[in-house]
Design a protein around this ligand. Structure first.
Ligand code: AMP
Length: 546
């Protein structure tokens, strides 16, 4: 019989004692998923028993699952808007949560054109921090020696706004990077970043990106992993390098700092560490002035073992571009999270992007799953039978089935539909693992993901034809795809769309030919710039679809 030594784990041999503890925690949570979920629900319901929301539904202090499910409705953001408005306008009574709402987290999702405001409470930071602390112990199982170098991560904060009632509203990552949890994190050899806090915390995105890139270039031999939150953020960094390498090389050569870096604390921090390094400067010039940027990441950062970046869901479209720039480095998708709640992590982060599954950690919130079936309308009700929606508990989901995620959080969201569609791929102990399929209400996605038939049908009725904008990464500019090739792309797309589309297109003739418009290089970047200038967060940005 295997003896449980502190340095062993069913997940694999931990790299150090701290990792062993983290892996043990994952084992405990996933083995006891059912009892952890019951405890989480009871904790949430008992602490919030006196809130206006739970009182309204006459929960009368009950903390059991059956009463909870029979009395509380399944809701969306729109249902909660009156409460959110009151909180935003300064009502400090216990509306949703007994613990004071500490701030609003602004989601990249919108409601009626406005950014969604997610109420949160102070202690949620601890929960997020806990999930972050599990990521490296899992990664260390697959990649050795990450304590021998650094991570180059492009991380950004956004300026904050204040609601009329005086609560901060900012993206969840801004809230986290500005917290003491992040700023005063203890030294951990497995988690050393090339970017100083001052660079990450600078609200000006140019100055922040410039200095993070400069530090990353100086540390180029030490960089073992390179990343951003989403793939789009990392590609933005590459684009930034394309536009700014001359100035960056100049700074490296002379040991002086670009005069556009004006933030005093950032300037002071960078100038202190800047030393002339003509050899590195020459190298950067040599590599960046080449027309061909294939493999630029491994050329500049030769010791990079993987890219740490989310390429699941809407980000899958960027995989070929990342492969091109990185020479095919492994892409690690480590976690699945949102402004409402952090959900879980990938226990096999070096797997192929198409095989990524996230294990939901049962201690983060109370999770329910709305079976996602074509005959359920968008409100989740099966009107043909007039049945209320039947939600499934975390441990009861079935492998191969698709569900919409519904959460009840410590911050006071109750049976709240996140809008993500997930497919169960298996279990780790008794905790299910999910493949992220898509966000609901996203009509089209140009990868292998499905088009929602009901939604597509509606779009088809309103539109005469589909118009797709493509920005192409042309490897050989003398040989860009000609019209014939693009026409074949149109046909291939049409053939891959679902039967409702094809019926309208071919049999009913209600849909005209699909059109692809190739936009000039940098267009999607400009779109992102535009979104950022209108208040979007670089970390959380996702290309809009309409
Ligand atoms: P936000 O509210 O801006 O934080 O965005 C949260 C949403 O981003 C989630 O509900 C998902 O739709 C998406 N998302 C977050 N993490 C992942 C992931 N690992 N893979 C795919 N989509 C993700």
């Amino acid at each position: 019989m295997a003896v449980d030594s502190p340095l062993s784990s069913p997940l694999g041999p931990p790299a150090c004692e701290k990792d062993a503890k983290a892996l043990q925690f994952i084992e405990e949570m996933t083995r006891n998923a059912e009892s952890v979920q019951q405890r989480v629900l009871a904790e949430i319901l008992s602490r919030n028993a006196q809130t206006e929301y739970l009182t309204r539904f006459q929960l009368n202090g009950a903390t059991d699952r059956e009463t909870f499910k029979s009395k509380l409705p399944v809701i969306t953001y729109e249902d909660l808007q009156p409460e959110i408005h009151r909180i935003a306008n300064g009502d400090r009574s216990a509306i949703l949560s007994a613990h004071p709402i500490s701030e609003f987290l602004t989601s990249s999702g919108t409601s009626a054109g406005e950014r969604k405001l997610m109420p949160t409470i102070k202690e949620e930071l601890d929960r997020r921090q806990l999930l972050y602390s599990l990521l490296m112990p899992v990664m260390n199982l697959y990649v050795a020696g990450l304590d021998k170098g650094k991570g180059l991560y492009f991380l950004f904060v956004k300026s904050e706004t204040m609601t009329p009632g005086g609560l901060l509203a900012r993206p969840v990552l801004t809230s986290y990077y500005k917290s003491d949890h992040f700023k005063t994190r203890p030294y951990d050899p497995y988690n050393v970043y090339t970017s100083p806090n001052e660079a990450i915390l600078c609200p000006d995105s140019f100055q922040s990106m410039y200095t993070q890139m400069l530090c990353g270039l100086f540390d180029r031999h030490q960089v073992l992993r390179l990343g951003a939150v989403f793939a789009s953020g990392l590609l933005r960094a590459i684009r930034f390098l394309q536009l700014n390498w001359r100035q960056l090389a100049h700074d490296m050569e002379t040991g002086s700092l670009n005069s556009k870096i004006t933030d005093p604390s950032l300037r002071e921090c960078i100038v202190k560490t800047l030393k002339p390094n003509p050899e590195f400067a020459q190298f950067v010039r040599h590599e960046c002035s080449k027309d061909d940027w294939e493999g630029i990441i491994v050329r500049i950062w030769p010791n990079t073992k993987y890219l740490d970046v989310i390429v699941t869901g809407a980000m899958a479209q960027y995989i070929p571009t990342l492969d091109y720039y990185s020479g095919g480095l492994p892409l690690a998708c480590t976690m699945y999270a949102s402004s409402e709640c952090y959900f879980g992590l990938n226990l096999n982060p070096m797997c192929k992007p198409s095989e990524v599954s996230y294990t939901i950690m049962p201690n983060m919130a109370y999770f329910e799953f709305l079976p996602h079936e074509p005959n359920l309308d968008s409100a989740g009700f099966d009107f043909t039978n007039e049945l209320p929606p039947k939600l499934v508990d975390l441990v009861d989901v079935e492998v191969g089935k698709e569900y919409e995620l519904v959460i009840t959080t410590y911050a006071g969201l109750c049976r709240y539909r996140v809008g993500d569609i997930l497919r169960v791929t298996g279990f780790h102990n008794s905790a299910p693992q999910f493949h992220f399929i898509r966000r609901k209400n996203v009509l089209l996605s140009i990868d292998s993901d499905k088009t929602d038939e009901a939604e597509l049908q509606m779009a088809v009725e309103n539109a005469s034809h589909l118009l797709l904008y493509w920005e192409l990464l042309v490897k050989d500019s003398t040989n860009s795809p000609d019209n014939d090739t693009l026409e074949q792309c149109c046909l291939a797309m049409e053939e891959s769309l679902n039967s409702v589309y094809r019926q309208g297109r071919v049999a009913d003739n209600s849909i005209g030919p699909l059109e692809i418009r190739v936009v000039k290089n940098g267009t999607f970047e400009e779109l992102m710039d535009y979104a950022i200038s209108r208040g979007a967060s670089i970390n959380q940005y996702k290309v809009p679809r309409c």
